[in-house]
Every structure is written in structure tokens, then in C-alpha cells.
Design a protein around this ligand. Structure first.
Ligand code: ATP
Ligand code: MG
Length: 493
């Protein structure tokens, strides 16, 4: 069976001269509006280069887009409940903790903080639910009324830490609008949904700041040693200072936090003489970001403090792959959400998710994956891209790990097969005009939730981002150089 296709928003290919001309303009537009990143190969702090982008917005069915947008507050609340269910997190993670040192370190911090007594009950969740259209229809022709090149969408995962692209999502819509206008198709812009992700995410930080309620307090962004995705991060700062000029924002690495902060007798995290109201992590999600014990000490200090964390450590644990897999288990969603329609709507977005624990169902999952490895993705408890195993390597990895405890640190997930779209990917330094290629997209919906275990202060969907990659690429990280910025072009299918 050939993979399903969606038609691009304009007839392609474009004439070479038109293409070269519009790309030249678009690249300059990109550089002048923050559609940029730092160069990994020739790093220079003073230089920004264009971020890879797709020339034209990619088609996405409107009904499915709306479904995703409407479901986000439900997913936010689910994550909030999961993050506050100590027993569920413990049970779900216990096997992975034995073999995954990174998750175990996070978990230890959580235990320490809990035992000491939580000094800040409010958490700020800035979540991003990543989804892909599934082109394989499980129904037979007679059962399926739609017969569209997609069936529905499925969730890839939900991110609870450093969910990026609050700026790059909306600005992708702007650059593609500019391109459509230059091509004489400005009338199509109406099919690109409004995207206020940056404003919505920053409002979350501001609301948390106000809940903290201390006048001379500051906001702290936890950043990497080197931030390649600097435009995305900085535009969050610019947006906050535009809305609330009095809020001071600091950017510090975990090592700098170790050196420059302390807890005072009220457990306030003091930085430069100011209590920190909100800590927003854009780093701290992968082992390499904790090269020494100092970074772990810094993380513990932040968690012990009264600062409102985005995310608190239990939110980070709730965002692990293992938790996602456990939520798909029988009766688990019902435990958190009851048995109403929301529960079945959430269940519908799960693709096959299987534990690889040493028990009967884990063995069955191993057998299933060995028999048909191409159908699956093998995922460790990691964030940040580049950690998953795909295709025939799933078989090799499972054969190697089958009798080792290591396997409990992974989950097995059915591979989603999105429909193809033809398009042009513009990359820094690549020859112009680029070839017309087959692409697939992944939509991320942003959500903001603020609350304590007992009370939710705010819960909303705040915008989206679309990442698109070559159809034969496994992963689509833009900062990693695989994917490109894009935005949805809604279709009435
Ligand atoms: N089940 C799946 N089917 C198809 N593609 C998948 C699947 N799971 C993951 N991918 C691809 O791999 C990428 C990374 O997967 P995932 O998001 O689970 O890992 P991650 O390390 O948490 O990445 P991120 O940094 O984007 O949060 C996804 O963006 C998607 O392109
Ligand atoms: Mg992730």
C-alpha cells in the first residue's frame, strides 16, 4: 500500500525563477524577524542564521486541528492530576528507576523535597502535546465513512519541560504569510489559524509571578551552557518585558545557579538580592545538562525553594514516556478522569503503547516487536530528541536487551504513519532552489495550567507549532537540524 498524501496549498512545483526570488526575500525576512538559530558547526554568539523552514504552510484537516485544540485543557488537567498522584508515579516508575540513573536522580530529589515538606504547592505547567495524523485507517472500507488520506491524529507524547517554539511557532505563520503574499496568494492566509502561543505562554509565567506576590521578586530562566535555540528563548523574555516591564528576568545555567543563589530562612531562592518568583526550565531535561554533582545540587536547591517551578519535579516525572505508556493501560484514565466522554476522547488519541517490564505483558510486547520491528518505536526515559530507536534497530536493541534489566527503562510504541505532502525545505547554507521533496508534519499544541493539588487557578490551550521533516527521517528536531519550522494550512476535508 502506498502512503497516503495530502495536496499542498499551491500547485507545485513553482517555477525556478519565482522560487529563487521568493526564497531570497524570505531568508532576509527570517533573519530580520527572529526566525533564527545559532550555528552549531561554527558557533559564534554574535551571529544568528536562519532556522530551517518550509516554504508553504502544510495542509492539516480543520476538524482534527480543532479537536486537538479543544482537547488540550483536558490533557492539561490530566497531567496535573498525574503529577500530584504520588502513589501512581511511584508504582509507574519503580522498575525504570532501578535501571535509569537520570530518572532515579530526579525521583530522589522529589522524595527529599516531599519528606522535607513542600514549600511551594503551586506548579506552573507549560505543556506541549505533540501529535501526528495517522494515515492508516483501522476500519474497513465499509466501516469508514470518511475515506480521507488520514484517519485521525495520535499523540506522539506530551512534554512537560522546556516545551519550546512559543515564538518560532507563531512566527512561522508570519513568514509563510509573507511568502504567500509575495507569490500573489495572500487570499490563502485566512486558512492559517491564528497563533498566540508566545503571548499565552508568557501570560502563564506572569500569572505565576503575580501569584507569588512579592514585589521585588524576579523570574529565572534555567538555560543551557550554549543556547542554540536563542531566538525562541529570548522572545519569551522580550514578550514578558513588553507586557510587564518591571519584571526582571535572569538567565542562568544550573552551574551558575549553584554558585550564585542561596536559600534564605524563609526558603526563598535568593539571586542577586532578589527572591525568585518563577523558575522556567529551558534546560535540565537530559543527563548531559547535569555533568557534575553541582548541577544536581542546584536542581535540589531550586526544588526546595518557594519559587514556582515550570515544571516542578513531579511534573517532569509525569512527562516521562513510562507515565504516558501507563496511562494507556486498562482503567488508568478512568482512575484520573472518571468514565465520561473526555476519557474516551483521550483514549482515542493513544496509539499502541506497551511496557517492557519483566512480566507476562512485557514478554508479549518483546515478541510482538521482534516479529514486526518496523511497526514500532523503542523509547527510553529521555527528552530532547535523538534517543529513540526505529525500524530494524528495534529488533537489534530488543535482542540485545531481552534478558537484561535495562529493558525496563524503555517503552514500546506503535509507529504513526502520517500522510505525505510535497514541499520545499529551506535550510541555512543549502543550495537554492531546493528540490521538491516528500514531507511529514507533527503538530504541537501548547497548554498552560497553574495550580496546587487541590485547586486549579488557570487551565487553557494557548497556541500551537508545526514541525515538518523529510518523509524518511525518523525524528524532526529543528535545533538538531532534522526538522523545519512550518504552520498548518487548514483544510475542510
Ligand atoms: N510513535 C511514533 N511514530 C512516529 N514517529 C514518532 C513516534 N514517536 C516519536 N516519533 C518521532 O520522533 C520524535 C521524537 O520523539 P519523542 O517526542 O517521543 O522524543 P523526545 O526525545 O521527547 O523529543 P522532543 O525533544 O521532541 O520532546 C518525534 O518528534 C517524532 O518525529
Ligand atoms: Mg519530549
Amino acid at each position: 500500500m502506498s502512503q497516503a498524501r495530502l495536496a499542498p496549498c499551491l500547485q507545485l512545483p513553482l517555477e525556478n525563477k519565482t522560487l529563487v526570488n521568493v526564497i531570497e526575500k524570505a531568508k532576509d525576512w527570517a533573519l530580520m524577524h527572529g526566525v533564527g538559530m545559532r550555528d552549531k558547526k561554527h558557533f559564534n554568539k554574535d551571529v544568528i542564521q536562519i532556522a530551517p523552514f518550509i516554504l508553504l504552510p502544510s495542509p492539516f484537516p480543520k476538524t482534527e486541528f480543532m479537536k486537538a485544540v479543544e482537547l488540550q485543557p483536558v490533557l492539561n488537567e490530566l497531567m496535573h492530576k498525574v503529577a500530584h498522584d504520588d502513589e501512581f508515579l511511584e508504582q509507574t516508575l519503580q522498575n525504570a528507576l532501578q535501571v535509569d540513573e537520570f530518572t532515579a536522580n530526579l525521583y530522589d530529589i522529589w522524595l527529599k523535597v516531599k519528606n522535607e515538606g513542600i514549600s511551594q504547592p503551586i506548579s506552573l505547567g507549560m505543556l506541549r502535546s505533540d501529535i501526528m495524523l495517522e494515515s492508516r485507517c483501522p476500519h474497513t472500507e465499509n466501516q469508514c465513512a470518511k475515506h480521507t488520506p488520514y484517519c485521525s491524529w495520535k499523540q506522539v507524547e506530551i512534554n512537560s519541560i522546556a516545551s519550546g517554539f512559543g515564538h518560532l511557532g507563531p512566527v512561522s505563520r508570519e513568514i509563510q504569510s509573507y511568502i504567500l503574499r509575495q507569490l500573489g496568494h495572500g487570499d490563502l492566509i485566512k486558512n492559517m489559524p491564528e497563533n498566540r502561543a508566545l503571548s499565552g505562554l508568557c501570560s502563564g509565567i506572569i500569572e505565576a509571578f503575580d501569584l507569588f506576590g512579592v514585589l521585588n521578586a524576579v523570574v529565572l530562566f534555567v538555560v543551557e551552557e550554549v543556547s542554540y535555540n536563542i531566538c525562541d528563548q529570548r522572545f519569551h523574555e522580550f514578550e514578558i518585558s513588553e507586557k510587564r516591564p518591571e519584571i526582571q528576568i535572569y538567565r542562568k545555567t544550573l552551574n551558575e545557579i549553584y554558585e550564585e543563589t542561596e536559600l534564605n530562612d524563609k526558603k526563598q531562592l535568593m539571586l542577586d538580592g532578589h527572591p525568585v518568583a518563577v523558575v522556567y526550565y529551558r534546560s535540565g531535561y537530559e543527563p548531559a545538562q547535569y555533568p557534575t554533582a553541582r548541577e544536581w545540587d542546584a536542581r535540589l536547591r531550586v526544588e526546595r525553594s518557594t519559587a514556582i517551578k515550570c515544571p516542578s519535579i513531579h511534573y517532569q516525572l509525569a512527562g516521562t514516556k513510562k507515565v504516558q505508556q501507563a496511562l494507556a493501560g486498562p482503567g488508568v484514565l478512568e482512575k484520573f478522569m472518571g468514565s465520561g466522554t473526555s476519557t474516551s476522547r483521550v483514549r482515542d488519541i493513544f496509539t499502541g503503547l506497551y511496557s517492557l517490564d519483566f512480566d507476562e505483558s512485557g514478554e508479549r510486547a518483546v515478541e510482538m516487536a521482534l516479529a514486526d520491528a518496523e511497526r514500532f518505536v523503542l523509547k527510553p526515559q529521555r527528552e530532547g530528541g535523538g534517543n529513540n530507536v526505529y525500524g530494524s534497530e528495534v529488533r537489534d536493541a530488543l535482542t540485545r536487551m531481552r534478558h537484561s534489566r535495562e529493558r525496563a527503562a524503555y517503552i514500546l510504541m506503535e509507529r504513526i504513519l502520517p500522510p505525505l505532502v510535497s514541499g520545499y525545505m529551506i535550510r541555512p547554507g543549502a543550495p537554492v532552489p531546493p528540490p521538491l521533496v516528500d514531507l511529514v508534519s507533527e503538530l504541537g499544541i501548547f497548554g498552560v495550567i497553574i495550580g496546587t493539588k487541590e485547586k486549579i487557578y488557570c487551565n487553557r490551550q494557548v497556541g500551537h507549532m508545526l514541525r515538518t521533516k523529510l518523509a524518511d527521517a525518523n525524528e524532526g528536531g529543528v535545533a538538531a537540524g532534522l526538522g523545519a519550522l512550518d504552520s498548518p494550512y487548514l483544510l475542510d476535508l
